[in-house]
Design a protein around this ligand. Structure first.
Ligand code: UFG
Length: 341
């Protein structure tokens, strides 16, 4: 069997860490990325970690014909689809950019998959499909989905539905959507990590950049929520654990003789507040993060974390790394970026 795995968005944050984990597991990942939302320097970082080059297809995932051409001449044992835009705020301002890239990109790669029905397919979904959980803060795959308010979230909601509809049309397909909680951290080598373009929207890059002096202070969006300390609670998962979950997902699908369409939460099962993350970052790295409390960010979910029972039973996967590991690796990565400036 060919060990080639096509990874769209393989130069992105989660994609690049998945390239490393696929290699570790003996696969031969192929990156499909046009670098519109990632930097070519990621390729150098990967080369340093892997000690070899990774095959690169530098074109748009919306180019169905080129994907089909590639798949007709190369034997590929799996496809992992990351390529998508991910900034929630930007998606509200520029919804068509999100619908075009995230939906058209998914449809494009699925067209190729439906022609080559024996190739397992893994989709990057998000816990954003749960919206604000009612009553229960811990969400399982059975928890009702809610239509997300931001176009970004809706592209994930709709993405799952498109996959479901495609599966209904062809029960031989083997597909899985992974609902990520909040990925943080970086590879422990500090050769790859998150490379936010412009001012980061997410918490961890904002913390690391503030500690590095790029921003004067971090604004914590709201401290009067009904949570442990008034700040929002999320399930922060180390990106290397998340990457490893993709290998397990692929292996599960490769082991299926019949078609299937599975949906699996990928988190740690534990919630942490914004203040707890800041505190862990300061203690582990022995640095101070200047912060202030500001107004609540519109649309923020108050508290959510994953029930991870299904990931354990179906995939035999669970997160191994702690939040302390993640904040240490995130800081090491930030320092390595700054040292190159
Ligand atoms: N936060 C701050 N200050 C900041 C940035 C974030 O206080 O400068 C807080 C947020 O209010 C939130 C927490 O940190 O309470 C986490 O915020 P992120 O933006 O890092 O993450 P979100 O949970 O809001 O969003 C993430 C992904 C989305 C995904 C969503 C699903 O970024 O892609 O989870 O819930 F849709």
């Amino acid at each position: 069997m060919s060990m080639k795995v096509l990874v769209t968005g393989g130069a992105g944050y989660i994609g690049s860490h998945t390239i490393v984990e696929l290699n570790k597991a003996g696969y031969e990942p192929v990156i499909l990325d046009d670098f519109r939302n990632s930097k070519p320097s990621v390729i150098d970082g990967l080369q340093k970690i892997l000690g070899k080059e990774t095959e690169l297809l530098n074109f748009d995932v919306c180019d169905t014909e080129r994907i089909a051409q590639y798949l007709s001449k190369e034997e590929v044992c799996g496809i992992i689809h990351f390529a998508a835009y991910k900034a929630v705020g930007e998606s509200v301002v520029n919804p068509l950019k999100y619908y075009q890239n995230n939906i058209e990109g998914l449809v494009s790669i699925l067209k190729a998959v439906s022609k080559e029905a024996d190739i397992p397919f893994v989709f990057s979904s998000s816990c954003t499909v749960y919206g604000e959980p009612k009553g229960q803060k811990e969400v399982s795959e059975q928890t009702a989905k809610t239509i997300p308010t931001a176009p970004y979230g809706f592209t994930k909601w709709l993405g799952e539905q498109i996959i479901e509809d495609l599966y209904h049309s062809n029960h031989e397909l083997r597909m899985m959507s992974l609902r990520y909680f909040n990925p943080i951290g970086a590879h422990e080598s500090a050769f790859i990590g998150e490379l936010p373009i412009g001012k980061p929207n997410n918490l961890l890059p904002f913390i690391t950049q503030t500690a590095a002096g790029v921003h004067e202070k971090l604004t914590i969006f709201g401290n009067t929520y009904p949570t442990v300390d008034g700040t929002c609670v999320r399930d922060y998962i180390h990106v290397v654990d998340l990457a490893a979950a993709h290998v397990k997902a692929l292996e599960f699908l490769l082991g299926q003789r019949m078609g299937c369409n599975e949906i699996v939460n990928i988190g740690t099962g534990k919630g942490s507040s914004v203040l707890e993350v800041v505190d862990a970052f300061e203690k582990v790295n022995e640095v101070t993060v200047n912060y202030e409390f500001g107004p609540k960010r519109p649309g923020d979910v108050i508290e959510i974390y994953a029930n991870v029972d299904y990931a354990k039973s179906l995939l035999g996967w669970q997160a191994k790394k702690t939040i302390n590991d993640a904040v240490r690796d995130a800081w090491r990565w930030e320092k390595s970026i700054r040292s190159k400036e």
